[in-house]
Design a protein around this ligand. Structure first.
Ligand SMILES: Nc1ncnc2c1ncn2[C@@H]1O[C@H](COP(=O)(O)OP(=O)(O)OP(=O)(O)O)[C@@H](O)[C@H]1O
Ligand SMILES: [Mg+2]
Length: 388
């Protein structure tokens, strides 16, 4: 045995691990190829990643259209774009499973994401080689799936991170191999993609998920994982996740973990049904996402609107900031949400929103927090003075 082998600490998978599918592509770990045993310790976002298109919440129109394309065997090149955690990657993986069946996905789909190098070399070599070869083997061996699509799918996830030259090189490849390949480009921002690439694809925008769509999965997870949570806390969780399902699930998992009592490592394993957990409340959720609690914001707003003495306004807001550990950026967001609910003269409202937007920008650029806190007080008081 060489020295190298002696010293290396190699993770050998324990014997007898069974895989949920036989898709073991090149170290990739998507929901389709996880060891069954690993599912227990998985982040919930992976454990509850949609398997089929029916499991994807929301986006009904997009799913209906894509389904029609597949049914009529006329899948165009696709571009899915939109904010994080809205189900783009999940949708395309489920689509690939629907088109090819999970047993064929490995041969028919090339998935490249931001963790892979996707410079010009990859486009020239890997994508071109994959696109230019026909897949005779799969079609012949899948007698049971007579209608299997004859084209392959190339998924370019997080394509906005691709270099410009690589995007340019893709244009010709996309056209040349359309006979036996479809491209699916996924990005957060469509403006970072080359216009020529955009015009070759049918575009679908994944908008932030509606609260009711998030609730569907959140309720399912609460039920299956036996999470102890109050109804109010679920409402706040769904609202605070702002259309991002990944965020909702991550916060829920973090709160669930923090509500579970610690057990000594070497002690006996406590059976799941005997673990006594604390109930997750609205406060737990707000603490977890580091959002200012509504009471604190109401208090700050009341002081700012009713106290004409600027110094005492400033000390009230600073005391609350310190005692609750609030960040100014979060206070500004929450204040703006509360201010728009007030019925005041338009001039005052315009002043407030404009001034808060300015201050938020300065804070995000790293301006001094103490001075910007004073600016918030000044802006709100100015609006109040405008109301007369
Ligand atoms: N529409 C949805 N229906 C069901 N689950 C969803 C949906 N959107 C997101 N999720 C959950 O959030 C996780 C992340 O989703 P996904 O990876 O598809 O997001 P994404 O849109 O690709 O985000 P990013 O732009 O950050 O890559 C999934 O594993 C799934 O658990
Ligand atoms: Mg993604």
């Amino acid at each position: 045995m060489s020295d190298l082998e002696d010293e290396m600490d190699i993770d050998v998978p324990s014997k007898g691990i069974t895989f949920t599918s036989n898709n073991t592509a090149k170290g990739k770990r998507s929901a389709a190829n996880l060891p069954v045993e690993a599912e227990d310790s998985l982040p919930w976002v992976e454990k509850y990643r949609p398997v089929s298109l029916d499991d994807v919440s929301g986006h009904h129109d997009i799913l209906a259209t894509i389904n029609k394309f597949v049914d009529s065997n006329r899948l165009p090149h696709l571009l899915l774009y939109g904010p994080p955690g809205t189900g783009k990657t999940s949708t395309i993986l489920a689509l690939a499973r629907r088109i090819y069946g999970s047993e064929n996905v490995r041969q028919m789909v090339l998935e490249l994401n931001a963790s892979d190098d996707r410079g010009i070399d990859v486009v020239r070599e890997q994508i071109k080689t994959f696109a230019s070869t026909k897949q005779i083997f799969t079609i012949a061996s899948s007698g049971s799936r007579a209608g299997i699509a004859a084209y392959k799918l190339i998924i370019l996830d997080e394509a906005d991170a691709m270099t410009n030259t690589a995007q340019m090189a893709l244009r010709r490849i996309m056209e040349k191999y359309t006979a036996n390949t479809r491209f699916c480009i996924i990005a957060n921002y469509s403006h970072k993609l080359s216009p020529a690439l955009l015009s070759r694809c049918t575009r679908f925008r994944f908008s932030p998920l509606k609260e009711r769509d998030i609730r569907v999965l959140v309720d399912k997870v609460i039920d299956e994982e036996h999470v102890k949570i109050t109804a109010d806390a679920t409402d706040s969780l769904v609202r605070l996740s702002k259309g991002d399902m990944r965020r909702a699930l991550n916060v829920l998992q973090a709160c669930h973990a923090s509500s579970t009592p610690l057990h000594p490592r070497d002690g006996p394993r406590v059976p799941e049904q005997d673990i006594v957990r604390e109930t997750i409340t609205t406060e737990t959720i707000f603490n977890c996402v580091a959002a200012p609690p509504p009471d604190a914001i109401k208090k700050i707003l009341k002081t700012l609107l009713t106290t004409s003495d600027v110094t005492s306004c400033l000390s009230a807001i600073n005391t609350l900031k310190i005692s609750q550990g609030l960040a100014l950026a979060d206070i500004i967001t929450a204040l703006a949400e509360e201010l728009v609910k007030l019925e005041v003269k338009p001039q005052a409202m315009i002043w407030w929103l404009d001034a808060l937007a300015e201050i938020e920008h300065r804070v995000s650029c790293g301006a001094n927090e103490v001075i910007q806190t004073a600016a918030v007080v000044g802006a709100i008081r100015n609006g109040v003075e405008l109301m007369g």
